[in-house]
Structure formats: structure tokens, C-alpha cells
Design a protein around this ligand. Sequence first.
Ligand code: G3H
Ligand code: 13P
Ligand code: ZN
Length: 331
Amino acid sequence: MAVSYKDLGLVNTREMFKKAMEGGYAIPAYNFNNMEQLQAIIQACVETKSPVILQVSSGARKYANQTLLRYMAEGAVKMAAEMGYPIPIALHLDHGDTYELCVSCIESGFSSVMIDGSHLPYEENVALTKKVVEYAHKYDVSVEGELGVLAGIEDEVSAEKSSYTRPEEVEDFVKKTGVDSLAISIGTSHGAAKFKPEQCTRTADGVLIPPPLRFDILEEIEKRIPGFPIVLHGSSSVPVDAVKIINSHGGKLKDAVGIPEDQLRKAASMSVCKINIDSDGRLWFTAAIRELFDEKPAEFDPRKYLGPARSKLVEMYKHKNINVLGSAGKA
Ligand code: G3H
Ligand code: 13P
Ligand code: ZN
């Protein structure tokens, strides 16, 4: 039976984005697949009084079970309220690839969906996105579309080469589709290895500095659709410390380079209202578990290794909200 996100205590993204645009900050969109990640996101966002978008990919939905997910989201709303500060929480489908998937998510309590037609020819992207918007808006669910292709390979997202968003297309796309927000490609990419070392400059201590984001393209887009909420995918910073811990405890992460935090801060102060972060959580979670197993090889109680990993995530999400996205105190 269909359930409305409103009955679960969730909100769509419209009000969040309006306030973020006016306030010069971005709403965190954190991906989750399991209970510990969700607990960490809620704890960090309540403690920093930040609105949040809980983001679920189709792979995550399969992994967690769609029925369980609905109750997890409802539980997250209740957990925040019990902690004494009921922050606005949206449940969002990340990289939805079909109309049917978007409908299924809306029927199971999602308050926002992304329809990612970025790999399609322009007119097909318009048609698919418009169809999703027409359905979603009947239920007051917000829709994110995408123009331009991000590089990076993950379960459900895969592209060898990026192509920047063409500013000349955005106005027509937004007008024809009726989307509530637009994901763009200005140099971010998915995963932990966002750039090849030869694309980066290297500091004296060996840290790779990636090429800057294309703020000129963002500015051009802003001129064409002023005040329209923009979304940045692929926005993990790939912290050097997490990568070092992983690699010094048996891991083998090669060429891990992310988006510098100051670049994200700048984007958040512009028209970027939603910043997607998944890989950084994966990295810190893995780092904490690897370290613990190395130090306590006899440990076999999952709470003893997932608990510290969860604490590390809380710390990381709080840092992002306070120092990078600027969403702390905005709930
Ligand atoms: O952008 C994609 C997200 O990081 C989700 O990744 O499809 O492996 O769950 P996933
Ligand atoms: P990262 O891989 O940089 O965390 O990006 C996540 C993302 O864009 C989810 O849609
Ligand atoms: Zn993405």
C-alpha cells in the first residue's frame, strides 16, 4: 500500500532550498545504506541543528530492503524529535534511472527523487524528466534533474569521461521539465579517485591538489536561471588522513583525490543548495574498522567495531555541516 512521506514526518526539499539560497549555504545530502550510517547522520545533524537530505541510491535500496528503509526513515524523524530538536529531514532517491523507480520510491515514502537522464540525448532527458515531474508534483514530491555528465564509477553510476554542463541548455531544460533543482557538472566526480595524478599538482609533502572547479560555468548558469537551486554531486573531499589510515592498515587505495573543502564552501555560498557526499563516509567508516581490527584482532562483536566507525562518521558529518556546507544552526 502506498504511503505518503508526509505521514512519515518527512519534508520535501523546496523550503530547505529556498532558505539555503537566501542564506548562502548548502543542505547536506548524505548517502546511507545501513543503520550505523543513518544513526550517525541524524546524531550529527541534530547536534549541529542542520536540515538534512537522507540520500538512497537504487543499490542502497536493494541492499537495505525498501520496506525496512521506509521504517528507518520514519525512525530517523522520531529519533531526531526524541533528541530534542526535530530537524527537517527529506528522503531522496539518488540517481534514479527510470520513471518506474521514481514512482515506486514516491509510493514508498520518498519526499524527493532524482531522475538522472544526463547520459541521454537532450530531448530524451527533457521528456523523461518532465514525465517524472508531472507524477511527483501530484504528491508534492520534489524532483532533481541533471544536465552534464560526471566522471566516476560506482555501483549504479558509471561514466568514463565527464562533460561539463552547457549553460545555454539550462534555462530551456528547467522551463520545459518543471524540475525543482538541477545537478550540474563543473569538475566534480564520483568515488574516491576523482582525478588522475597527472591532472593534479603535487605539494612538497606529496599531497595531490586537483584542478579547481569551473566556477565560470556555475556563474554563467546563475545568470541564465537566477535563484534556481543547483546541486553538486561527487563532492567528497577524500580526506588524506582517512586514506593514510586505510593504507597503513592493509588497505590499497590508489590515487585517492577529492574536492578541496574551500571549493565546496565557495560553491555553497553561490547557488549550490545541495551537496552530495557519500565516499567520505565510506572512507572514514573503513578507516575506523581497519584500524580497530589491526589493533584488536581478537574482536568479533560487531558493536565493538561498528560503534567506533559510527562515532567517526558523527565527527565527520558535524565538521562538514559546520565548516564546509554552512548548514549548522539553520534547522
Ligand atoms: O553517486 C552515487 C552514490 O555514491 C551511490 O553509490 O550506487 O554505490 O550506492 P552506490
Ligand atoms: P562522492 O562519491 O564524491 O561522495 O559523491 C556522492 C554523490 O554524488 C552521490 O550522488
Ligand atoms: Zn551522484
